[in-house]
Design a protein. Structure first.
Length: 76
């Protein structure tokens, strides 16, 4: 159940990152994480270890709110 939520969050990150023409490397650098870690987040691979503060930083660097990032995610 939660895994699908993380996949939705990851898909939204990919969508907004590509909308801004950002590479994983660039976004990861701006957020202060490795590109490998960002890739796992985008693929829904970190279902328990991704912190709220990391998601907030990602949203900020993508120019979106946490509400935009989380919209529709709670519905499974």
């Amino acid at each position: 159940m939660f895994a699908s939520r993380y996949k939705k969050i990851g898909a939204k990150i990919v969508f907004y990152r590509k909308l801004k023409s950002m590479t994983q490397e660039k976004l990861a650098e701006e957020v202060g994480i490795t590109p490998q870690y960002l890739s796992r987040i985008e693929n829904g691979g970190y279902t328990k270890s991704v912190s709220l503060s990391t998601l907030m930083k990602i949203a900020e660097k993508l120019g979106i709110t946490m509400s935009e990032l989380m919209d529709g995610v709670e519905n499974g």
